[in-house]
Design a protein around this ligand. Structure first.
Ligand code: ATP
Ligand code: MG
Length: 242
C-alpha cells in the first residue's frame, strides 16, 4: 500500500474489544491515525477513553479486534509472534508512568538489557549506553547506582534512555510525568523536546495540558474515538515556563 510508505506507524479503522466473562467493552471504536517521522504527538482524554489501549496497539503489545496496524510500512498482523517481538524490540521504545526499571540491577545493567540481542560487543554496548544516557541529560556517575538511589525524574530519564538505546523508530510514553513533581516533570518533558528536536518520533499519553502543550499536535480521544486534533499552545508548555 503506497499510502503508508512514509508513516512510522499507521492505524486503519482500528477497533479493540475486551471481553471479561459475558461483559463486552469497546476500548477503541474505529481509530485512524498516522504518525510520521519527527512527529511529537500528545494523546489526551478522560480516564477509560482508550489512551493506553491505543498506545499498546501502536506498540504491538496488543492486537486489534478489527483493523490494521502498519509499522514502517510492515503490516503487523502478517508477522509471526517471533517476528513481532523482533520488530517491537528494534523499532519501538516504551516509557511508563512507574519507570519500570529493574531494582536489583544497576543503571548500567538496566540500559544494557535491551542491547543483548543487538550483536554489539561489550565495548560497543558501553559506548552506546554512555552516549544514550548523555542524550537524556544523564550523568555517567549514575551507571553504577541502583534505581532507588536516583530521584524520580532521574529514574524516568534513565527509562527514556532505555527506550532509546536501540535507536527505535518510535518512542511511546504512557503518562511519563504522572508520578513526578512539577520540577521533575519539567526535566522529563524537556528531555522529550530535545530528543524530538534531533528528529526522534514521540507519542505521549498525558492528562496534563501543560505537558501536552509542549508537543506539536494534540489528539483528543473520547469513548474509543479520536474526536479532535488541536494545536498546542507553547506559551502554556511546562518546560518553556520560567
Ligand atoms: N484488559 C482489559 N480488560 C477489560 N477491559 C479493559 C482492559 N483494558 C482496558 N479495558 C477497558 O477499555 C477501556 C479503555 O481503557 P484504557 O486503559 O485504554 O483507558 P485510558 O484512557 O488509558 O484510561 P486511564 O486514563 O485511566 O489510564 C476502559 O473502559 C477499560 O475499562
Ligand atoms: Mg491509561
Amino acid at each position: 500500500m503506497v499510502s503508508n510508505v512514509k508513516a512510522v506507524v499507521e492505524l486503519v479503522d482500528v477497533w479493540k474489544m475486551y471481553k471479561v466473562g459475558d461483559i463486552i467493552t469497546w476500548g477503541l471504536r474505529g481509530v485512524d491515525l498516522k504518525v510520521f517521522k519527527g512527529d511529537f504527538i500528545a494523546i489526551m482524554g478522560p480516564s477509560g477513553s482508550g489512551k493506553t489501549t491505543l498506545l499498546n496497539i501502536m506498540g504491538l503489545l496488543d492486537k486489534p479486534t478489527k483493523g490494521k496496524v502498519f509499522i514502517d510500512g510492515i503490516e503487523a498482523s502478517k508477522l509471526s509472534s517471533r517476528d513481532l517481538a523482533i520488530v517491537r524490540n528494534r523499532k519501538i521504545g516504551f516509557v511508563f508512568q512507574q519507570f519500570n526499571l529493574i531494582s536489583r540491577l544497576t543503571i548500567y545493567e538496566n540500559l544494557e538489557l535491551p542491547l543483548i540481542p543487538s550483536g554489539l560487543n561489550a565495548k560497543e554496548r558501553r559506548e552506546r549506553i554512555v552516549s544514550t544516557l548523555k542524550s537524556v541529560g544523564g550523568d555517567e556517575a549514575w551507571l553504577r547506582k541502583k534505581p532507588t538511589q536516583l530521584s524520580g525524574g532521574q529514574q524516568q530519564r534513565v527509562a527514556i534512555a532505555r527506550a532509546l538505546v536501540n535507536n527505535p523508530s518510535l518512542i511511546l510514553a504512557d503518562e511519563p510525568t504522572g508520578n513526578l513533581d512539577r520540577a521533575s516533570a519539567k526535566t522529563v518533558i524537556q528531555t522529550f523536546m530535545n530528543l524530538n528536536a534531533k528528529g526522534q518520533t514521540i507519542v505521549i499519553v498525558t492528562h496534563d495540558p501543560e505537558v501536552a502543550n509542549c508537543t506539536n499536535k494534540i489528539y483528543v480521544i473520547r469513548d474509543g474515538k479520536i474526536v479532535s486534533v488541536e494545536e498546542p499552545d507553547k506559551d502554556r508548555c511546562l518546560a518553556l515556563r520560567a
